[in-house]
Design a protein around this ligand. Structure first.
Ligand SMILES: NC(=O)c1ccc[n+]([C@@H]2O[C@H](COP(=O)([O-])OP(=O)(O)OC[C@H]3O[C@@H](n4cnc5c(N)ncnc54)[C@H](O)[C@@H]3O)[C@@H](O)[C@H]2O)c1
Ligand SMILES: C[C@]12CC(=O)[C@H]3[C@@H](CCC4=CC(=O)CC[C@@]43C)[C@@H]1CC[C@@H]2C(=O)CO
Length: 255
């Protein structure tokens, strides 16, 4: 579908990859709902994007929070044509640490936010989108999820994170197959290493080193490059049920 005059629900839309999608889609004539935990950054971006954007405080793991955010989106913009699931957290914890086995709580938290939160939004937004009047082609909408190359090249310390992203990879095809009857496409992007606030905690030498691990281009990915792929996925109906690595050919080392 063309993005102009369409509405997209972007989880994690207040920062990094999600915010880049919001900016590009708004600039392209779309309307965006910034569904994010962060009131400060979410409100600031909504002010920047003016009438093209609505910020709704949202916790993707909370059913009622997502339902209320989706209703706010419909109340404000009238409908919903797509979702970009960017909400997520990073994590690094060995299975056996200095003090013994890692905590189940930390593993569960990463799975809850990254995987279950993504599924929660897919199921609730998918039901709404399935009720759209279809385009001439029969398409009613598109859902884009965010995994990670860690789903395939998980490093030491990334058991929870890789499992959460591997789950997103795993559910892409079965949901695309189910949603085909509604004319809803389901795609996943698996980014390599992108220059976002998620990496903010890393010292500069570590960031430079990560970028140099990328075969080409030897640098961190830019959020606008992720956004450009997301926009293309929305516009290209033949992209469905697939996971696209966006990573400069990096294959993460064990650690
Ligand atoms: N930056 C990278 O190198 C990289 C690589 C691979 C995958 N990813 C994935 O891309 C996605 C976006 O990451 P980013 O780099 O833009 O990070 P980021 O930290 O800049 O943005 C993530 C956003 O998600 C929001 N968020 C976190 N938990 C939430 C929840 N429960 N409900 C709603 N919003 C929540 C945060 O408030 C934040 O605004 C994440 O899923 C991340 O795992 C990032
Ligand atoms: C984003 C990614 C995986 C992570 O979670 C880490 C991040 C580098 C900075 C980090 C330091 C930590 O102590 C916690 C984990 C993390 C946020 C990694 C850069 C690329 C990794 C990725 O997902 C590759 O696709």
């Amino acid at each position: 579908m063309q993005v102009e005059n369409k509405t997209f629900f972007i989880t994690g839309g207040a920062s990094g990859l999600g915010a880049a999608c919001a900016r590009l889609l708004a600039k392209s004539g779309a309307r965006v709902v910034l569904a994010d935990l962060n009131q400060e950054t979410g409100s600031a971006l909504a002010r920047e994007l003016a009438e093209a954007a609505l910020f709704v405080p949202t916790n993707v793991v909370d059913e009622q929070s997502v339902q209320q955010a989706l209703q706010a989106a419909r109340d404000h913009f009238g409908t919903l044509h797509g979702v970009i699931n960017c909400a997520g957290i990073g994590s690094a914890e060995k299975v056996i640490g200095k003090n013994g086995p890692s905590s189940l709580e930390s593993f569960t938290r990463v799975i809850n936010i990254n995987l279950i939160g993504t599924f929660n939004v897919i199921r609730l937004a998918g039901e709404i989108i399935s009720q759209n009047t279809p385009e001439e082609s029969g398409e009613r909408g598109v859902i884009i999820n965010t995994a990670s190359v860690a789903a395939f090249d998980g490093q030491i310390g990334q058991a929870a994170y890789s499992a959460s992203k591997g789950g997103i990879v795993g559910m892409t095809l079965p949901i695309a197959r189910e949603f085909a009857r509604y004319g809803i496409r389901v795609m996943t992007i698996a980014p390599g290493i992108f220059d976002t606030p998620l990496l903010a905690g890393l010292p500069e030498p570590a960031r430079i080193s990560l970028g140099q691990q990328v075969p080409f281009p030897p640098r961190l990915g830019r959020p606008d490059e992720y956004a450009a792929l997301a926009k293309h996925i929305i516009e290209n109906e033949m992209l469905n049920g697939e996971v696209i690595r966006l990573d400069g050919a990096i294959r993460m080392q064990p650690r």
